[in-house]
Each structure stands twice: as C-alpha cells, then as structure tokens.
Design a protein around this ligand. Structure first.
Ligand SMILES: [Zn+2]
Length: 264
C-alpha cells in the first residue's frame, strides 16, 4: 500500500454539529463533509495551510449545507451530494453504488433515506489504519438514529439494515453529538444491557472532558444502539410492554421504538 498521510479531523460547529474533514497531510489537501457554516471551515484550513478539494453533502438540511456557497466561492470546487437533493449547489449527483475517489481512496455511495428523502452515506472499505470509514450524516448517531422528517419508518429501517451489513470495524462519523441523550433513552429500552451501561460511563467521561464521542465503531453500535437491535429479545419485550402489543415483526418494533424516542 502506498504511503498516504490520511486523517479524519473534526470541526465542532453550530450547537452540536460535527463537520468532518478527510485530510491528506502529504499534500495538505482536504475534502469537507456537510459544512453547515463556512467561517469555521475557512479558518481551520487557513491556519493549517490546507487546500480544499471538494465538498461532500449527505442530505439537504441547512445545518449541513449552509457553508457550501461561501466555500465554493472561495475555492471553486465540486460539490458531491444526493441525486434527488433539493439543494441547487450540488454539481456531482450521486446514486447507490456510485464510486468516488478521494485522496486515491475509493468511497462508495449508499442511499439511506428516512431522515430525509435525499440522504446518502459515503463508505470506504479501504483501510485507514485498520478501520473502514462511514460518513453517515443524520441517519445513524451514537446510540441512536435520525428523526423521520421526510421518510417513513420502513425506509429508515431498511437504510439501517444496509449499515448493519458493513464490516463491524467501520468507524461511524455522524453529523451531531447526540450520544449521551440517545444512550439515556437506550438504557430505558434495554436496562439490563451491561455493554450499554459501560458505554454510557465511557462516553460521559469523554463529554466531561469536552471530547467528541464520535467516531464510534459499528461493533459498539450493534451492541448498544437499540435502533440496530430490533431483532433482539430485550428490545422486543420492552416495546411489547410499553405499547401493549404482541408483535415480533422487526419493522413494527422499529417504528414503535422511533415513536417512543420521539416522545421520550
Ligand atoms: Zn438533518
């Protein structure tokens, strides 16, 4: 493998957004994911003398796109995003299984509707150290999943099923720091899950030190995120009790879990 000094960096933005950057330190260039604002990105890049090569958009919400216009004005770069986005700024429209090469590394596009109709994720199975990379926007969060603003629970369930099939050592780069409040809910849904309780302690320590809880690992999400565990007996029985139903159907359980979280 050719040597490449690649790293994923983060800019904390707005209230609880994360703007991720895929940086090649060998040639001081970067791609930015979901820039919800431009000034923070521009100052981060200028301070390190890093050139911006392109913008990746996961979905059309303003807190993920508001910085695009100013960054494009400044750098004249391509904007990758979903083919069905209402955003006019997207110049490279992407669909399921499309590939893009960033810093010589192949990323593939996964369509993950549910939070919005136009949501995509960027996955690289090329090793960065030993892990894979997933820029997932607002579809999957630490310990939770995105709210259903446009899509249906069925769509979100199917989108998360695709994510579950990725390699377990995939690093999950989400768009927001929601982990602790998500884990709080998760503990209500699965009070006897020891890995979940351990994770809550670990992540609380990180937040106490003002550190991001992200990226997380898909293996950790599979163990602790109830939205990925709707086939698990403990989640099913919690939902059955809460909503007084007998259903085992995963999609029904998922929809009920999402409703429970919305009113939690
Ligand atoms: Zn969003």
């Amino acid at each position: 493998m050719r040597e490449i000094l690649l790293n994923v960096e983060v800019i904390e933005s707005l209230t609880d957004n994360y703007i991720w950057l895929l940086v090649n330190y060998h040639d001081s260039s970067a791609f930015v994911v979901d820039p919800g604002e431009a000034p923070a990105v521009l100052s981060w890049l200028k301070k390190r003398k890093i050139n911006l090569l392109g913008i990746l958009i996961t979905h059309h919400h303003p807190d993920h796109t508001m910085g695009v216009a100013d960054l494009v004005d400044y750098y004249d770069i391509p904007v990758y995003g979903p083919h069905n986005s209402p955003e006019k700024c997207i110049t490279k429209k992407l669909r399921e299984n499309d590939d893009l090469i960033l810093h010589g590394i192949r990323f593939s596009v996964i369509e993950v509707p549910g939070h919005t109709n136009d949501h995509i994720a960027y996955f690289s199975s090329s090793p960065l150290d030993t892990n894979h990379i997933l820029f997932i926007g607002d579809t999957l969060f630490g310990g939770g999943c995105g709210k259903l603003f446009e899509g249906t629970a069925q769509q979100m369930y199917s989108s998360l099923e695709k994510i579950k099939r990725l390699p377990q050592n995939t690093l999950i780069y989400s768009g927001h720091e929601y982990t602790l409040s998500n884990l709080n809910f998760a503990i209500s849904a699965e009070p006897d899950n020891n890995k979940l309780r351990k994770r809550y302690q670990d992540d609380r320590q990180k937040r106490n030190k003002n550190q991001p809880t992200l990226p997380s690992l898909l293996s950790l999400e599979l163990d602790t995120n109830p939205f990925l565990r709707v086939s698990n007996e403990s989640v099913i029985s919690a939902i059955q009790k809460k909503f007084n139903i007998n259903d085992h159907n995963e999609q029904v359980i998922f929809e009920a879990l999402r409703k429970w979280k919305d009113i939690f």
